[in-house]
Ligand binder design. Structure first.
Ligand code: EPZ
Length: 421
């Protein structure tokens, strides 16, 4: 397992290109199962999660060609309606093939994804939505076995709380259902509109994506299309925070400040200068200390839970006390003890974390149990004195394209250390 060696304390200057959004790309890839024609996706990041999903699509019968950031996916026929545990357990979002398989083939057998390091993450809302559309669902030996003889039908589905995955899953199933589906209390993350734009280009009739109520009029079939994946807002937020902790001036090319939601105001409040330019987002920080700012994670447009760990790392050396409240996942503070090993002063109490800024972090060997937590350790390492060695780099490879290269290009002293070294 590779590690990342970081020598901290260098300000960052230059350009960091922002890749296509992982969490949009993987749902768009799943959507291509809905048509027997070829879908061309561009700006697809080269990430372990994308490769994992390609393995799954291939076994469903998808013909795949990849050239750079362009992916052509063509599923003329569904070869298998089964998604095995071995793949789904490694990448939760692959569970979302259930809806498209059910919509197109009227049957599917998909492994339940199981728990994960940041929380239990059940899929009950996904299953209830599919049942409301007429799916007959049973659970057997860890698999969801679903059928919809005669096809799915439209339904009004009111989610008890906001779920990104369940909203997307319901959308994916409803596009080929008979009649109209209305999703109430739907997720409003930018990835919803991106998915709906692609599905509409394939011939679907979706309106309201990006708002709380989404209406989908079912159609009988979908066609191929070309679609460009939107830029990754979490990657942009991550590099903005890297500049926050080190100082410097970086342009996040292709980045979009409007996708940051409430995080944009929080980052500016800490003292970071963030400006949307024609070619991306310019982030600037002089040598002064950042100001501590409180945040509460919320569904979009609130402060994203995927940036919480990173914000905590940045607050570790801010001036004052930052109160952080995580409301989306029940176990998303696994990075706090690792940051404490680097000298951060963090007190966690249930959903709350209180971060008292210290003058300087000190490099240390650290490891994290999930993707975003690992990135928070990278941010901390960039701001720390001496060397930080981040283990289990495979977490970062799941979601940050060319992380070491992008950081090196703006002057960071980071190096991937192969396992054998
Ligand atoms: C998506 O996960 C993202 N993953 C997550 O990013 C992100 O943190 C999360 O949305 C919130 O923004 C992908 O898009 C692949 P949810 P998802 O359904 O869809 C509970 C990353 O690092 N819930 O909005 O799984 C759930 O347990 C990842 O890139 C149920 O109880 O998130 C959580 O507490 C991590 N039952 C809350 O809802 C359900 O059926 C919100 O989860 C579904 C969800």
């Amino acid at each position: 397992m590779d590690r990342l060696a970081i020598i901290g304390g260098r300000p960052l200057f230059g350009d960091i290109p922002i890749s296509g959004a992982k969490n949009a790309a993987i749902k768009l890839m799943v959507a291509t199962l809905l048509t027997d024609q070829s879908v061309q996706l561009s700006n697809v990041p080269d990430l372990a999660d994308v490769r994992q999903l390609l393995r799954l699509l291939e076994q469903h019968g998808t013909h795949i060609t990849r050239e750079g950031d362009r992916l052509s996916l063509h599923t003329a026929n569904i070869r298998s309606t089964e998604a095995p545990y071995d793949i789904v357990r490694k990448m939760r979002a692959s569970f979302n093939v259930l809806g498209p398989l059910l919509a197109r083939e009227h049957e599917a057998k998909v492994s339940l994804p199981g728990g994960c390091a940041i929380g239990a993450r059940p899929v009950d809302l996904h299953l209830k939505a599919l049942e409301a559309m007429g799916a007959d669902i049973t659970l057997d030996e860890g698999y969801v076995i679903a059928s919809a003889k005669g096809g799915l039908h439209g339904a009004t589905i009111s989610f008890p709380f906001v779920s990104v995955g369940a909203t997307e899953h319901a959308m994916l199933a409803a596009v080929l259902a008979k009649g109209t589906t209305v999703l109430e209390n739907a997720a409003r993350e930018p990835e919803m509109a991106d998915l709906a734009d692609c599905l509409n280009a394939m011939g679907a009739k979706i309106s309201g994506a990006g708002r709380s109520t989404i209406t989908i009029e079912g159609v009988s079939h979908l066609t191929g299309c070309q679609h460009q994946v939107l830029p990754d807002r979490i990657e942009a937020g991550a590099y903005a925070m890297a500049v926050g902790i080190t100082g410097g001036e970086v342009t996040l090319t292709h980045g979009r400040a409007d996708l940051l939601g409430a995080a944009l105001a929080s980052l500016r409040e800490t003292g970071l200068e963030i400006e949307q330019m024609a070619d991306g987002v310019r982030v600037k920080k002089n040598g002064e200390r950042l100001t501590a700012v409180d945040i509460v994670t919320q569904p979009f447009p609130g402060f994203p839970t995927d940036l919480q760990a990173l914000f905590m790392a940045m607050m570790a050396t801010a001036d004052g006390v930052a109160n952080i409240k995580e409301t989306i996942f029940e176990n998303r503070y696994m990075h706090a003890p690792e940051l404490a090993r680097m000298g951060a002063d963090i007190h966690v109490d249930g959903q709350l974390a209180r971060v008292r800024g210290v003058d300087r972090l000190k490099g240390a060997p650290v490891m994290a149990t999930d993707l975003r937590a690992s990135m928070s350790l990278v941010i901390a390492g960039l701001g720390a004195e001496g060397q930080t060695m981040v283990s289990r780099l495979y977490h970062l490879d799941r979601g940050f394209e060319k992380l070491d290269q992008k950081l090196q290009n703006v002057g960071a002293l980071v190096e991937r250390v192969p396992d054998s070294a």
